[in-house]
Design a protein around this ligand. Structure first.
Ligand SMILES: Cc1cc2nc3c(=O)[nH]c(=O)nc-3n(C[C@H](O)[C@H](O)[C@H](O)COP(=O)(O)O)c2cc1C
Length: 183
């Protein structure tokens, strides 16, 4: 008789208790899912611009137009979005890769030094030269473990993709359509 590996048997049965994976293992596995890179911007309680780099961004519904973004519960940008009730998804091109590193720094107002932007109709900052901007108001928020899922109702869009190259993120590194970008 062949012995059954308890873990793999449990994991493959629908409804059975899932096998546990560590945060590091999940991060490593999900890193194989290549994504684009965005900067989510909003306005804090003092009216100052805030922003964070995010790749947990998904198109959800066309009618009504909805997107969702997942934020770490400790994100200062999440706190600002809850207050302002609106945010903008700024989709980065390869040429804006420095902005990804810039806005991955926690809650630094200095992140805005030298970053050209203007306020869109919802008040959220639109970064100059990005390949698309999707401006949203907050429709709903849902708990999601150590993250919060913000559902955005799309109010305004702008695209500048012609001739542009998107910035990609894959296995913890930046990449372009041509290949991996040296760190
Ligand atoms: C490529 C990349 C993607 C990221 N995606 C997310 C994300 O989807 N959600 C999130 O909460 N943080 C994400 N982060 C981490 C935040 O950008 C980082 O924690 C930032 O310091 C949070 O800033 P804040 O606290 O000012 O909002 C990402 C970072 C990088 C470099």
């Amino acid at each position: 008789m062949t012995a059954i590996d308890d873990t793999s048997w449990t994991a493959s049965r629908p409804g059975a208790a899932p096998a546990e994976v560590s945060p590091a293992e999940l991060r490593e596995a999900m890193g194989h899912f290549a994504t684009g890179v965005t900067v989510i911007t909003s306005v804090d309680a003092s009216g100052e611009p805030v922003g964070t780099t995010a790749n947990a961004v998904t198109s959800l519904s066309l009618d009504p137009p909805l997107v969702l973004v997942c934020f770490d519960l400790t994100s200062a940008t999440l706190t600002a979005i809850r207050g302002h009730g609106a945010f903008a998804v700024n989709v980065l091109g390869y040429r804006q890769r420095h902005l990804s590193a810039n806005f991955a720094r926690r809650g630094l107002s200095a992140a805005w030094d030298g970053v050209t932007h203007h306020r869109g109709p919802t008040g959220s900052p639109r970064l100059a030269d990005v390949i698309a901007v999707i401006e949203c108001t907050v429709e709903q928020a849902f708990p999601g473990g150590d993250h919060e899922i913000i559902l955005g109702r799309v109010r305004h869009i702008e695209t500048n993709g012609a001739g542009a190259t998107p910035l990609l993120f894959w296995r913890g590194r930046y990449a372009s359509l041509e290949g991996q970008i040296p760190a």
